[in-house]
Design a protein around this ligand. Structure first.
Ligand code: SF4
Ligand SMILES: [Zn+2]
Length: 138
């Protein structure tokens, strides 16, 4: 783990975004990978305590996505940072981008009931803005 990664993860907004993704991944994993074995996330971010005492309990596949997302978040050049799904300079590998999109699409609306009402509304508004911009450009 690099010093830069640790410094980034110590920043409030970076840690908050990372925890949000962890919560989204748990919602997605529980409903979409019902038969998978789940374990508390073992990642660089988790080792730094970003998720506090409640590490996201996810399957191997979702753990891989979260560990990848932590690295991307720590290297994100955007400020302010949009939701990754609506970023115009997407830095994710194509397959990871698709997987994260699925997670966000599924868990975003459902996260309202699990303490993320504000994040969910922000995601919705940003999605509409993104769709309008795409329609204008086409
Ligand atoms: S996709 Fe965009 S917003 Fe997300 S981490 Fe990469 S550069 Fe930042
Ligand atoms: Zn899963």
């Amino acid at each position: 783990m690099s010093e830069r990664f640790a410094e980034k993860m110590a920043q409030h907004d970076v840690a908050k975004d990372t925890r949000l993704l962890g919560d989204f991944a748990v919602i997605y994993c529980n409903d979409n990978h019902p038969d998978a074995e789940r374990a508390p996330l073992d990642s660089s971010g988790a080792a730094l305590g970003v998720y506090g005492k409640r590490r996201p309990a996810v399957c191997v596949e979702c753990a891989e996505l979260l560990a990848y997302a932590e690295k991307r978040r720590a290297s994100c050049p955007k400020d302010p940072k949009p939701f990754c799904s609506y970023c115009d300079t997407h830095c994710y590998r194509a397959d990871m981008r698709e997987r994260m999109r699925d997670v966000m699409r599924y868990a975003g609306p459902r996260s309202v009931l699990r303490g993320h009402a504000i994040d969910s509304v922000k995601h919705l508004i940003e999605g509409r803005r993104h769709a309008r911009a795409a329609a204008r450009d086409s």
